[in-house]
Design a protein around this ligand. Structure first.
Ligand SMILES: Nc1ncnc2c1ncn2[C@@H]1O[C@H](COP(=O)(O)OP(=O)(O)OP(=O)(O)O)[C@@H](O)[C@H]1O
Ligand SMILES: [Mg+2]
Length: 475
């Protein structure tokens, strides 16, 4: 039951609030209890002193017993008191019965209690209880000496039933608890809303991550807040987007690889079957077998490129960095491609800022970059067009440019040409050989050098690939 975050939050918050209210309630109750007791004691003491004044006046003959009694009544109306006035021997000579208690004739009864002795010695006392079984219910008693001409002539005792005090206390308690219950109800409501708000995105993420694990990438979490949970939801959605894209890429990659392998296999199968079935003239046989051999070479190349790509992607490919002359690499690649370039009647312009251009990197991998870019330039250049190869240094970097005068690449396709198997619209560039892996390998190698590659191209105006390299210093 306590495993869900929502319930746990609710219960924790509720326990905290409830215990806070409980402690507050107990503290307030005890505070009010002592406060009310103290106030009542103070009132009784004050009234006791007022009475002693009247008694003095009575004893001196300034007021009669009716007036005295009238004073008792007034005090009783406010405090519900029983009043005893005794002489120094303890005999009650004047008394008044609380309107809240049973009527008893106290007069001429004798007090012998310890409290009486204490008061007679000049002390004021307060007691709670039945005052030595004198009352059937607990009372609050205040006792004080009756002084006449600075001599203790007797005592005054005022008893006020606790019941009255308790009633006031009960009223106070009731309002404390009533507000406590009301505020707990309110806080439960608030807690429910807050806990729901807090736990809902987490529950949603939980559910959706389970769906993602089973291959459904469609659903996203609704972002409701901007706090940490909201940020988590945002990042979760970004992760789901990335996973969805990756999954799509993986699928198209597999589909492309299968397709690229299938077509040479089908044609090879056709040619070999033809030869075996003797459907082909003896003189033609060699020609068809040669085509089949070409196809195996194409497949071999494709598989090597795929292996390269996967090794670079998984980081298994260790680059061996050293300082070398990139101009020399370009020269060697140009010599290797000389025949092809001449065959197509293209011109090459080589523009090296300096004779030697030292860079730091993996020479074999960077040669592969130059080969791939030059092959593309040769493949896509217009017949008789110019190919430009340029190197120069600007600030802290060396730049290499490979440009042609081919059909160019439309700007909307530029971001995609780095994806494996991506080839621009063939109808425009005519049927060209290739699998679309060259540039993705180039990009990965340049990224492995922590450098960048850019493409400047517009339809009909040729393309220029430029990449940066770290300059090297001779050891
Ligand atoms: N210089 C260029 N001019 C025009 N289009 C180009 C040029 N270079 C690349 N492209 C476009 O980008 C696509 C991808 O190039 P990439 O080198 O990756 O593949 P490819 O040359 O078709 O095949 P591969 O290099 O694997 O043999 C090409 O098919 C072509 O459409
Ligand atoms: Mg290529």
């Amino acid at each position: 039951m306590f495993r869900s975050l929502f319930v746990r939050l609710m219960v924790t918050y509720f326990v905290i609030i409830l215990s806070a209210l409980l402690i507050l309630g107990i503290l307030l109750s005890s505070f009010f209890q002592s406060y009310i007791m103290e106030t009542r004691k103070a009132e009784l003491t004050r009234e006791g002193e007022a009475i002693s004044q009247y008694i003095r006046l009575y004893l001196l003959g300034f007021i009669d017993s009716r007036t005295l009694h009238y004073q008792y009544q007034i005090i009783d109306r406010f405090l519900g008191v029983t009043i005893w006035v005794t002489d120094e021997r303890g005999y009650i000579w004047s008394s008044y019965n609380s309107s809240e208690l049973e009527q008893v004739d106290w007069e001429n009864q004798k007090l012998t209690l310890d409290e009486f002795v204490q008061v007679l010695e000049g002390n004021s006392i307060t007691r709670i209880g039945r005052f030595g079984e004198s009352f059937p219910v607990p009372v609050l008693t205040v006792g004080m000496p009756l002084k006449i001409n600075d001599r203790i002539a007797g005592t005054i005792f005022l008893h006020s039933p606790i019941q009255g005090i308790n009633r006031t206390l009960r009223d106070t308690y009731e309002s404390i608890w009533r507000s406590a219950i009301l505020s707990s109800l309110l806080s439960i409501l608030l807690l429910y809303v807050i806990s729901r708000r807090f736990s809902r995105p987490l529950t949603e993420m939980n559910l959706i991550s389970r769906e993602i694990a089973t291959g459904n990438f469609k659903r996203r979490v609704r972002i409701r807040t901007r706090d940490e949970v909201g940020q988590l939801a945002m990042n979760f959605n970004a992760m789901a987007d990335a996973l969805e894209k990756l999954e799509l890429m993986r699928r198209t990659f597999v589909a492309n690889v299968s397709h690229e392998l299938k077509s040479p296999l089908t044609s090879m199968r056709g040619y070999i079957q033809g030869v075996l079935d003797h459907n082909i003239d003896r003189e033609e046989e060699e020609k068809y077998l040669r085509i089949a051999l070409d196809e195996t070479e194409r497949m071999n190349r494709l598989i090597n490129e795929l292996l390269d790509l996967s090794q670079i992607q998984t980081g298994q490919f260790s680059m061996k960095f050293r300082v070398f002359d990139i101009n020399e690499t370009i020269r060697r690649v140009l010599i290797a491609r000389e025949d092809q370039i001449n065959e197509k009647g293209m011109d090459v312009e080589v523009d090296f800022e300096r004779e030697e251009c030292l860079v730091e990197g993996d020479p074999d991998r960077l040669q592969q970059v130059v080969i791939n870019l030059l092959d593309n330039a040769i493949k896509f250049n217009r017949p008789g067009g110019l190919i430009t190869l340029k190197t120069w240094q600007f600030k802290d970097l060396v730049y290499v440019k490979v440009a042609d005068q081919g059909p160019g690449i439309p700007s909307e396709e530029i971001p995609h040409i780095w994806e494996p198997f991506y080839q621009t619209d063939k109808s425009r560039s005519g049927k060209k050989s290739g699998t679309g892996l060259g540039l993705s390998i180039v990009k990965k190698i340049i990224e492995g050098h922590e450098q960048n590659i850019w493409l400047n191209s517009q339809t009909g105006e040729g393309s220029a690939f430029i990449f940066s390299l770290k300059p090297g210093r001779k050891q």
